[in-house]
Design a protein around this ligand. Structure first.
Ligand code: BDR
Ligand code: CA
Length: 309
């Protein structure tokens, strides 16, 4: 099992990513750090605790709150997609015994990585604020992390907040810039162009069956699916964050290519846009392993089979 820290802004799909990670049994999850994003830091932390409660994981995985704001900007919540509470209204009245851990996500990441240099994979499924602060606070982190896998950006020219910006990049582009240029030996981007191919449909939810997790997935994805269907004309929803977890579990699910990637931070129109230099026009050293294709069938199989047991 590989040592992993998940960093999340728990909305609907982050929650599904946590379910996949824990249920896989193939990750030694050192902790889950939370960040402002889809919902406030407090709500993201509460949602994360609820998901662990749902999994009956009540004390072995610390939930550590991190940044409550992007580095330089205001919060930009995504209630239209994830609902007022971030879980599409599911687990509304669930009592939560899981407590948030003491301390700050940034210090937690630094501590756990530096205690096991070369061993810890960071799976980031929210804005990159916590990791950016960690890198600035403790630059050695960059060489000590085994790999960083982040869901964010697009290898192409579209977005899901603005015409060109993906949500996690849009919310904290300055943090993304720090992470992209930090010099991580292995930085893997799971962008919107690939996650939009990993679609959860009603048939998959039916396969999960009438279990607490099956019922939770069905309920939490109702509005999320509706929104996707209105925009795309298919009844389904993208498993953005679970795919980042999937890539951490099995690199075979995707093909990657090494490119120079940067993010725009100084444009009214394009802030948060990731720019992949496919043709090496800037003459810069590649900094990101960019996921190019996903075996969506294999990933959906993994997702359903893992959550079903
Ligand atoms: C990303 O934005 C968030 O709303 C999702 O949780 C995911 O991390 C997709 O662009
Ligand atoms: Ca997310």
């Amino acid at each position: 099992t590989k040592k992993v820290i998940l960093d999340v802004d728990t909305g609907v799909d982050d929650a599904l990513g946590i379910l996949l990670a824990v249920k896989s049994g193939r990750m030694d999850i050192l902790g889950i750090t939370t960040v402002n994003g889809n919902v406030s830091l407090e709500q993201a932390t509460l949602n994360t605790r609820k998901i662990l409660q749902l999994l009956n994981v009540t004390d072995s995985i610390p939930v550590v709150p991190g940044a409550a704001k992007p580095l330089m900007r205001s919060s930009y919540f995504e209630h239209r997609v994830h609902g007022q509470d971030g879980l599409g209204g599911a687990l509304r009245d669930m009592p939560v015994a899981v407590k948030p851990a003491e301390g700050h996500a940034v210090d937690f990441i630094i501590d756990r990585v530096s205690r096991a240099p070369g061993e810890v994979t960071l799976v980031m499924t929210g804005p990159l604020t916590n990791l950016a602060i960690a890198v600035v606070k403790y630059p050695e982190l960059v060489q000590q992390v085994k790999e960083v896998i982040f869901m964010g950006g697009v290898a192409g020219n579209f977005g899901n907040v603005t015409p060109v910006a993906e949500y996690n990049m849009y919310v904290d582009p300055e943090a993304a810039k720090i992470v992209l240029h930090a010099g991580f030996p292995l930085l893997t981007m799971v962008g919107l162009d690939v996650t939009r191919q990993a679609l959860l449909a009603d048939e998959h939810i039916r396969e999960l069956g009438d279990t607490p997790i099956g019922r939770y997935v069905a309920e939490s994805t109702q509005d999320y699916m509706k929104r996707y269907s209105e925009r795309n004309g298919v009844r389904a929803c993208a498993l953005h964050d679970p795919l980042a977890v999937g890539v951490a579990l099995s690199k075979e699910l995707v093909t990657t290519r090494h490119y120079y990637v940067d993010v725009e931070t100084r444009s009214d129109l394009c802030d948060g846009q990731t720019v992949c230099d496919f043709q090496s026009r800037l003459g810069q050293k590649p900094n990101v392993q960019v996921c190019m294709e996903v075996d969506a069938g294999a990933f959906l199989r993994l997702f359903v089979d893992t959550l079903r047991v």
